[in-house]
Write a protein that binds this ligand. Structure first.
Ligand SMILES: NC(=O)c1ccc[n+]([C@@H]2O[C@H](COP(=O)([O-])OP(=O)(O)OC[C@H]3O[C@@H](n4cnc5c(N)ncnc54)[C@H](O)[C@@H]3O)[C@@H](O)[C@H]2O)c1
Length: 345
């Protein structure tokens, strides 16, 4: 798909706005500022104090809304980076597309596969790129595993075991106010990654979720879950997710095939090892996603610069975004119904 006009390829720098000054906003602001291919035009947040504080760190402007930022910028904007809550993505994407501005958005593009399809339909005629972030595709370890599988290093993949151990446990208010369901919040990353690695589609899903205390159960919030996916070519993938990895952010992926096994493992906070009579002690795993994926977040935004400046297609396609969310939606349905959900029925 070509979405960029030849004149745009002449930009030396891509002029971009950051939307959202929360957790992801802080990560993205640092990566935008560190990349000389970006001209950082400002931070937008409806929480104006948050926008100002973050904008001041990187000596850029702050705005209360995307519309205000667009009106203020007499120099054309080439891209926005959306780091606001998922439910706010669609109107921001529509506004940017209507103003001929390309979009990078945090995953997921929207809350259901139908809504994701709708938003891609909306932007299709605007000649802009809509790029969804799945940072495993830019992480050196996950990319090396992808390359190994693609070269046939383990033969034909038969099974994959993936573990997503979140750390630290999110706040009660986050868990109870919409963000808490671990399948909705966290599974998309590994589902996107394993589809990409296996170059295959999920045929059916069976998922079981549990709540680790009464308050979460009463609120219908699942904080531990296992999702079993059968792929069309026959591989079976087990994705286990938990909020409770108290020893650090635990992100592992193992692919087992006819000729061997390849895996991505964790990084510790540092490489110091204490050995004494009680054992051999290493530090905990890295604290959380900002530490574990710091490099990947930087490479990901550099790829967005490639899209804006050079017209390179984004590696996560519309079909990928919709298919990943269909699997997430099916996993939630399977949890509720206690049955296998077929995606090709
Ligand atoms: N890639 C990852 O590993 C990863 C990790 C965490 C979150 N996320 C995704 O990032 C997105 C943001 O999550 P977060 O945890 O950073 O949220 P957050 O709550 O920490 O921050 C969101 C910010 O957006 C602002 N905001 C809300 N509506 C707005 C609007 N209409 N215009 C401008 N600003 C607005 C809020 O005031 C807040 O400051 C979500 O889509 C989430 O799924 C991705």
């Amino acid at each position: 798909m070509s979405f960029i006009s030849p004149t745009k390829a002449l930009f030396q720098q891509a002029r971009v706005l950051l939307l959202g000054s929360g957790r992801m906003g802080h990560i993205r602001a640092k990566a935008i500022f560190a990349n000389p291919r970006f001209d950082f035009a400002g931070v937008v947040d409806q929480n104006v104090d948050g926008a100002k504080q973050l904008a001041d760190v990187y000596r850029t402007n702050h705005f209360a809304s995307l519309t205000e930022a667009i009106q203020h910028n007499t120099t054309p904007l080439h891209g926005i980076i959306i780091s606001t809550p998922t439910a706010t993505h669609a109107p921001l994407i529509s506004t940017a597309a209507a103003n001929n501005i390309s979009i990078f958005t945090e995953k997921p593009v929207d809350e259901t596969s139908l809504q994701i399809q709708e938003i891609f339909n909306t932007v299709r005629n605007n000649n802009v790129a809509l790029c969804c972030g799945f940072q495993r595709r830019f992480d050196p370890s996950y990319v090396a595993l992808y390359d190994a599988i693609k070269k046939g290093a383990v033969g034909t993949p038969l099974t994959s075991s993936i573990f997503f151990g979140d750390h630290p446990v999110p706040s009660r208010s986050f868990l109870l106010q919409g963000g808490g369901n671990i399948i909705s919040d966290c599974s998309a990353h590994d589902i996107d990654y394993i589809r990409w690695v296996l170059n295959d589609e999920v045929e059916s899903v069976y998922a079981v979720g549990t709540s680790s205390d009464d308050e979460l159960e009463e609120a219908g919030v699942i904080d531990n879950a296992t999702v079993v996916m059968k792929f069309l070519k026959g591989a079976v993938v087990t994705l286990t997710l938990s909020r409770g990895a108290n020893y650090g952010y635990d992100q592992r992926c193992e692919v087992f095939g006819t000729d061997g096994m390849a895996s991505v493992e964790n990084f510790a906070e540092n490489s110091t090892v204490l050995s004494n009579v009680s054992g051999v002690h290493r530090p905990k795993w890295q604290h959380s996603f900002p530490q574990r994926f710091e490099a990947a977040f930087g490479y990901e935004l550099d790829a967005f610069a490639d899209t804006l400046l050079l017209g390179k297609p984004w590696s996560v396609s519309e079909e990928d975004c919709v298919a990943v969310q269909r699997v997430c939606d099916a996993a939630l349905e399977s949890c509720e119904r206690g049955q296998v959900v077929n995606l090709f029925a």
